[in-house]
Design a protein around this ligand. Structure first.
Ligand code: DOR
Length: 406
């Protein structure tokens, strides 16, 4: 099937191009108890992602050509999605000294990010952008003003006040987005902002794009579907009216950075998808070993394991009429390909059963990261077949080898 043909329906199933994830944490090297490139690449397939970009906040951080080459080699032997390495912007992700982006790109890095943290020093970030322009590199920024988010562990609002948890105001993200947009104009460069979570951030990007600024952005499936009420125990998706399935409050699986926001923010992210302000949906798949999550909310690591639940989450918003399937599909395929500046792989395709109902069982997740607040949730929509480069890799949810395909 050629990539640019429109999706068609077959026996009630959808055949569409493989999804491209601009943002996932595969944890190798250094945190193999949480994920490996091999398990992450297989979890990606399970979610319909045939290409996944691996973030460099590993130990050591991916800040040298040899480390990029190591990720490339591991990815080649992983029987899963295509894995593309993102390298760090600064050495050790410490925000003090720029990496050699040209060398890292030559080793195979497709983009640069200190994700998990912003590049807080504005002067240094300006230089990173200038250098990226010369090197033809894509900078992916995690916009967060750390002086504003401070010790926050969830969205700052009435729910954080009720729970007595320190909040991260929307302004912590928006102040950083505004700074980044000013710097990208100054540097005459191009910038990708990842995991935008607030209405104000989307509006800033909308205006910047209208002015002709070379900025792109992505949002995550969890920010498109869950609200800060989930930290207080709600299990109601943003598009649902009646409250249901109340869980215990302070579930550390709802702790993520940027935090789950208000329903108005969720609506604004969807409006951004609908009008093209948002270029891509990226998972920010952040698997963590249970030891880092089964602790007090304040102490728990930030992150949601997201590769295997992205599709049902985004289909929920489509069903609610918050954006069209065409717009969502573009944000999972052609949008991220455009951000990366590569043509979408021609022979990657997936088959979706959009009406399949299933209950999320942590043990059934391929990812080592069982940290999702969706455990036990009833979800609708499932990937049933996946082919990468024309090779069937997954069939009805089973690895293709297991069913005798090649
Ligand atoms: O929730 C998050 N987890 N946000 C980030 O920015 C980093 C990520 C991680 O690496 O666990």
């Amino acid at each position: 099937m050629s990539f640019d043909r429109r999706p068609f329906e077959a026996r009630g199933l959808l055949v569409v191009p493989g999804f491209i994830d601009l943002h996932a944490h595969l944890r190798e090297p250094g945190f193999e108890e949480s994920e490996t490139i091999a398990t992450g690449a297989r979890a990606a397939l399970r979610g319909g992602f045939t290409t996944v970009c691996a973030m460099p906040n590993t130990e050591p951080a991916i800040d040298a050509p040899g480390l990029v080459a190591q990720v490339v080699a591991r990815a080649a032997s992983a029987a899963g999605a295509r894995v593309l390495p993102i390298a760090a912007i600064t050495r050790g992700r410490r925000g003090a000294e720029l990496c050699d982006l040209v060398e890292l790109a030559a080793a195979g890095a497709v983009a640069f990010s200190d994700d998990g943290a912003p590049v807080s020093d504005a002067g240094l970030f300006r230089h990173a952008l200038e250098y990226s322009r010369i090197a033809g590199a894509l900078i992916v920024e995690h916009p967060q003003d750390l002086s504003l988010s401070a010790k926050g562990v969830m969205h700052e609002g009435s729910v954080s006040a009720e729970l007595g948890l320190a909040g991260m105001p929307a302004a912590a993200e928006e102040a950083a987005v505004a700074r980044d947009l000013a710097l990208v104009k100054l540097a005459g460069a191009r910038l990708h902002l990842t995991h935008l979570s607030t209405a104000g951030s989307v509006e800033l990007v909308r205006r910047a794009k209208a002015e002709g600024v070379a900025v792109t952005c992505d949002v995550t499936p969890h920010h498109l579907s869950l609200t800060d009420e989930w930290v207080a125990g709600s299990r109601t998706f943003a598009w649902e009216r009646a409250e249901r399935n109340r869980a215990m409050p302070y579930d550390a699986n709802t702790k993520v950075n940027p935090p789950l926001r208000s329903r108005a923010d969720v609506r604004a992210l969807w409006a951004g998808i609908a009008d093209g302000t948002v270029d891509a949906i990226a998972t920010d798949h952040a698997p963590h070993a249970s030891i880092r999550k089964e602790v007090e909310f304040d102490q728990a690591a930030f992150g949601i394991s997201g590769l295997e639940t992205a599709l049902p989450l985004v289909l929920g918003g489509v069903r609610a009429g918050w954006a069209s399937w065409d717009a969502v599909l573009a944000a999972l395929t052609t949008g991220p390909a455009r951000v990366l500046g590569v043509p979408p792989p021609k022979d990657d395709w997936i088959v979706i059963d959009a009406d399949a109902e299933w209950t999320l069982d942590g043990e059934a997740l391929i990812s080592k990261g069982k940290n999702t607040p969706l455990l036990g949730a009833k979800l609708t929509g499932r990937v049933v077949e996946v082919a990468v480069d024309g090779d069937l890799k997954l069939n009805e949810g089973h690895a293709a080898e297991a069913v005798g395909a090649r």
